[in-house]
Write a protein of this length. Structure first.
Length: 408
């Protein structure tokens, strides 16, 4: 059976760029998401980023899916009144614009929630609604830079550059915001009382990297109080993934055709690995710790393992992990991941023939049922007449509003 988990939940989105990802998650889960856009070009996410597919940014194909688009000029009084009617017919409002845009038009959270007490209002912004950076303009990478996730390097020409594998702030925010929205929805349906949520993309980036940030904070305390892992000799090393640089039993190794991540830091996994490759000599004379033994700084063992992993392909090493119960992971890139058999077995692309570009679905799997697929991203204003007609706006009124430039 095809299931829409949020069927009957009504959402209106006033958001630009990746702040619209919150609505995308809710739409993927089955909510009716109406995106209110300005007449003309709509959300300019259609014209930013790369690559472009059929003349439209891939970002729009992904983030615009599952939503109905209404082209409405809320700067005009008639447009603001129509926007208020859409809000009044909704359970959830997503605000993802520069601060004050909706408030200046009488459509801010305070005014709307006073008229609709059960309304859940989620404001998504770069730096949040308070604090010294609240009005600072920014784009997605800024939030990772703020949170300490941007690695600063130098090009061959001597220019400074930033390196980032994935922008966390803008990608994690939709999941964090959707979680809070759904919690608020449960409360509103129980008590009749909505709430206003303030979600900052920079804080989402920091929250994902909590172990590294908290680790540096912990290292401000005396070494007698905060040590490294006793299994590594108690050495205080760089918190987070950067600290794996001198690890041996938790490390990346080159395979015959790529790379694998080896993670046999528990004694049982290490012993099982050595038996599986018929190398009991690698166990050595040192008694391994039961857990979290990284063999830190054992360069002789690291050299041995370097040679060992070169003898088999990545797929063969994953098979060793499966048969011998050893944690060994393939190291993929965004380009090679779709060829991974596990990815292929669990991921069904939303196809380009229907969605304009091949898109990754929301990775939520129902056991025994199937998630309903979202609709393709819409052209600006594609559903204006449909949405306003449902609110009782007549065909004559729609024609007059369109003539006045209120509608796209």
């Amino acid at each position: 059976m095809t299931v829409r988990l949020l069927e009957g939940v009504r959402v209106v989105e006033f958001a630009l760029l990746e702040a619209g990802g919150v609505g995308t998650v809710l739409a993927d889960l089955g909510a009716d998401v109406v995106k209110v856009e300005r007449p003309g070009g709509g959300d300019y996410i259609r014209r930013v980023g790369w690559p472009f597919v059929h003349g439209v940014s891939l970002m729009h194909h992904h983030l615009g899916r599952g939503k109905r688009s209404v082209a409405l000029d809320i700067q005009k009084p008639e447009g603001a009144r129509l926007a208020e009617r859409i809000i009044g017919a909704s359970d959830i409002v997503i605000e993802g614009m520069r601060p004050g845009v909706l408030t200046r038009r009488g459509l801010g959270a305070e005014a709307m929630r006073a008229r609709h007490p059960a309304l859940i209002w989620c404001t998504v912004s770069g730096y949040g609604m308070t604090g010294p950076y609240a009005t600072l303009a920014a784009h997605g990478v800024a939030f990772d830079a703020w949170a300490g996730g941007l690695k600063v390097g130098t090009t061959e020409q001597g220019f400074t550059t930033g390196e980032l594998s994935v922008t966390l702030g803008t990608r994690v925010t939709p999941l964090l915001a959707a979680t809070a929205i759904l919690a608020a929805t449960l409360r509103a349906r129980r008590t009749g009382q909505g709430c206003a949520l303030d979600i900052a993309q920079c804080e989402a980036a920091a929250a994902v990297d909590w172990l590294t940030i908290e680790g540096h904070r912990a290292h401000l305390r005396p070494e007698t109080e905060v040590t490294g892992n006793p299994a590594d000799g108690g050495i205080r090393r760089e918190p987070g993934p950067a600290g794996m640089g001198d690890s041996v039993r938790y490390q990346v190794y080159r395979s015959a055709d790529g790379h694998v991540l080896f993670m046999a830091t528990e004694r049982k996994f290490w012993e099982q690995f050595c038996r599986a490759i018929d190398r009991p000599d690698l166990l050595g004379d040192r008694e391994s710790e039961e857990v979290a033994d990284h063999a830190l700084g054992d360069h002789r063992l690291r050299a041995e393992l370097t040679e060992v992993f070169l003898t088999r392909s990545t797929a063969e090493w994953v098979e060793v992990g499966l048969t011998a119960d050893v944690p060994i992971a393939p190291v993929n890139s965004p380009a090679t991941l779709p060829g991974d058999p596990h990815f292929a077995a669990r991921t069904t692309w939303l196809p380009a023939e229907e969605y304009g570009a091949d898109l990754l679905p929301l990775p939520v799997h129902l056991v025994g049922d199937e998630m309903a697929r979202p609709t393709p991203a819409a052209a600006p204003g594609r559903h204006t007449d449909e949405v306003l007609g449902d609110l009782g706006v007549s065909a004559d009124e729609l024609a007059a509003l369109r003539e006045a430039g209120v509608l796209g």
